[in-house]
Design a protein around this ligand. Sequence first.
Ligand SMILES: Cc1cc2nc3c(=O)[nH]c(=O)nc-3n(C[C@H](O)[C@H](O)[C@H](O)COP(=O)(O)OP(=O)(O)OC[C@H]3O[C@@H](n4cnc5c(N)ncnc54)[C@H](O)[C@@H]3O)c2cc1C
Length: 394
Amino acid sequence: MDITFSAQDNQFREQVRAWLQDNRPHEPHPPMDDLSACRDYDLAWQRHLYASGWAGIAWPSEYGGLGLSLTRQLIWYEEYARADMPPAGVESVLFVALAHAGPTLIYSGSEEQKAFHLPQILRGEVVWCQGFSEPGAGSDLAGLKTRATLDGDHFVVNGQKVWTSRADVSDYQELLVRTDSDGPKHKGITWVICDMNSPGITVRPITNMSGTDEFCEVFYDDVRIPVSNIVGGLNNGWRTAMSTLSFERGTAFIADQVLLEVELKALQALAGKTRMTDGRPAIAHDDIAMRLRDMQAECNALRAMTYMDVSRNMQKALPGPEGSMTRLFYSKLSQRTGQLLMDILEGEGLQRAGRYAEDIERYLYRYAATIGAGTEQIQRSIIAERVMGLPKSR
Ligand SMILES: Cc1cc2nc3c(=O)[nH]c(=O)nc-3n(C[C@H](O)[C@H](O)[C@H](O)COP(=O)(O)OP(=O)(O)OC[C@H]3O[C@@H](n4cnc5c(N)ncnc54)[C@H](O)[C@@H]3O)c2cc1C
């Protein structure tokens, strides 16, 4: 394992820093609850990155990427977080496309699928969503029932997905369908690319606890999907889905992980200048000072874990189960960072439209961090069974 930066890496960092300094967008990012404005903004920003030669840093160059190492991707995210740029992680509408649909296609897609979809993603032309969860299949993903029946060179899909983030502003979906009901349930699943503009798809937004319509129910009534849209083989979708989740749990959150360090610094500054109801600055309260100190130490640990993951993932095509440790550690730490912000703000934390609106929005959204991409309990089971080698839970 090598977690040091070479002289060339440092030179790359300087180039990134200089470019970011000159290219900060003039327009602020729209609020997360205005999804169609977020779509326009994030796509325009991605087009700018592509035109400037900064899109797909670790993606293969034959599909429009830069073909550089994951270390360079990490450096990009570190500088990006420090430069206060538009969202690059889970808050971007391009998160699914860039962080796990694209990587899944690179890993398992056919030549035609890669050549068609990857450049479109990098050029900022399309938004993807993830159609995995169903009302009866979340943690028990293999229990999914949305059915695809063969009809010539097409599947006819019927069923329902739920919690599909940004389905209403998406062009494509990574969709899991049941193509065989006879054998073991995880052996009859297929991963297909679904065009979200296909006839027969109905999208119904769901309002979450922070008041945004971030995710949706998606209904499929005789939706026709070409068989050529299968990724990774018929009835082999469980394997393809596990690779998608490996990226989602392994590398997808690097941008958010490095951003947390910047957020914590802002929180320290806020604690220094905010007077609490007893008239003393927040930082003068032992409880708050100690929590800030502990979080700083944990942020350092998170950075070390991120570096280790990057180094490990450079040796192989697919992130391993160790990514679940970092993902879980990040999720819990990000939730506690949000809780500390609320404790410092006291009553002001209840003013959703005030000057801390964006931070409060983020705090609420972070509750989802231990649910999406596998709940906290599922991540702990993965760590226990697949990293530590403990006996399987029943
Ligand atoms: C903000 C957000 C965005 C999301 N976006 C998407 C998306 O874009 N696409 C998509 O497909 N899905 C998405 N999801 C859904 C997410 O993947 C599921 O919510 C998650 O997998 C849990 O499934 P569930 O909600 O059905 O809960 P359940 O699986 O019913 O779990 C309920 C509780 O039981 C526990 N539990 C269940 N099984 C076990 C077990 N074997 N061992 C221990 N505990 C267990 C869980 O940990 C949880 O606490 C999103 C979720 C959120 C919160």
